[in-house]
Design a binder for this molecule. Structure first.
Ligand SMILES: [Zn+2]
Length: 354
């Protein structure tokens, strides 16, 4: 029955808009325009503050006319580590410096024993969001491969083994989120854009383990990261055509994942690579998160029109390239409005043509 409810809520809308995940936090909750920004509140005040921010974030999405809404990731400090903080087997005091995404060095926690999830992590937050709206909601979780890439493993000594353990844990969390009324669960896998052999050998299989038996829709988000310096420097080395997706799309097309979330706007990804995932639903990134310039609705519409050459209209979900947490709030609001207005332009065109 849950399946029916979750899927009906989604199927009503053509070109349903959403964001890849994070939105800026209010300045009274955390320092603005920063990743891993420390909280400004503590104890019960912090819990209340996070929930207030979740409500504000939801309202901002609703005012912009976003169709599939989220919590804006207001209750987490970071898209990967906040989830890991709730698990057993990881010591946050023992830190090691590792190279994340084969790109930049970061001080990360250490896996010191068998990993497990003693209690649910985001389920109460998701219930709160569910109570606030009857719109479809999407919830983001880190993907197994991106989780192992954000840790030092001193227990399993095998990236693959640890990823399988995380996949099992993510599946437990995802089932509870679906039962709480989440319509789409998205797994963030920026690591899929870097470790191609591992993605094909076991990364996609681990993702399928994480979504096993879920009653809601499932998505994987693969991007070129936030607009931070380490990422923009890396992008400069990728040449004029970014063909990373080409290495993983064929296997993803055959996978059990429902939706693939991608970076398409202002990027150097050749749009024809979408042909490789024909048949899948696609969250098309039509908002650039690496610039403060707010897109004109027509720019958004143009990216969506290009994508429509390779994605059927009933499978196209206009979205942002990645999360918007590090952007100023007025910029993020402007980009949400542009996304909504751009999707509207294309909806009208589709209505005329039919
Ligand atoms: Zn992203």
């Amino acid at each position: 029955m849950k399946t029916l409810i979750n899927k009906t809520r989604l199927n009503k809308i053509i070109l349903p808009t959403s964001t890849a995940g994070s939105l800026p936090k209010p300045s009274w909750l955390a320092q603005p325009e920063a990743l891993w920004s420390p909280w400004k509140l503590q104890g019960d005040e912090l819990i209340d503050g996070k929930y207030d921010a979740l409500r504000v974030s939801l309202q901002e999405q609703q005012q912009a006319g976003i169709d599939i809404v989220s919590d804006g990731e207001q209750t987490r400090q970071h898209f990967v580590t906040t989830f890991i903080e709730h698990l057993n087997g990881v010591d946050f005091e023992q830190r090691k410096t590792v190279k994340i995404r084969d790109r930049y060095e970061a001080s990360v926690p250490t896996v010191v024993g068998a990993v497990s999830r003693p209690t649910s992590v985001f389920v109460e937050d998701a219930k709160l969001l569910r109570q606030q709206t009857s719109q479809p909601i999407k919830w983001a979780l880190p993907g197994p491969m991106t989780m192992i890439d954000t840790l030092y493993d001193d227990h399993y000594h095998s990236r693959e083994k640890l990823a399988w353990e995380f996949a099992k844990i993510l599946n437990q969390e995802a089932k509870e989120l679906a039962a709480a009324g989440v319509d789409i669960i998205q797994f963030d896998e920026p690591a899929f854009n870097v470790f191609f052999d591992e993605v094909n050998d076991w990364g996609i299989a681990c993702l399928e383990r994480a979504i096993e038996g879920l009653s809601c829709e499932t998505a994987v988000h693969i991007c070129y990261g936030y607009g931070i310096k380490a990422n923009t420097d890396w992008k400069k080395t990728l040449g004029t055509q970014w063909r990373q997706y080409e290495a993983v799309f064929p296997k993803l097309q055959k996978s059990t994942i429902d939706i693939i979330s991608l970076e398409c706007h202002n990027s150097h990804v050749p749009i024809e690579l979408l042909e490789l995932i024909r048949g899948k639903k696609v969250m098309v990134g039509a908002i650039d998160v690496a610039t403060h310039i707010i897109e004109a609705p027509e720019d958004v519409a143009q990216t969506l029109r290009e994508a429509l050459k390779y994605v059927d209209a009933d499978k196209l979900y206009p979205c942002t390239n990645c999360g918007m947490a590090p952007l100023p709030r007025h910029v993020a609001r402007g980009k949400l409005n542009a996304l909504s207005a751009g999707a509207d332009i294309v909806r009208r065109e589709l209505a005329i043509n039919n």
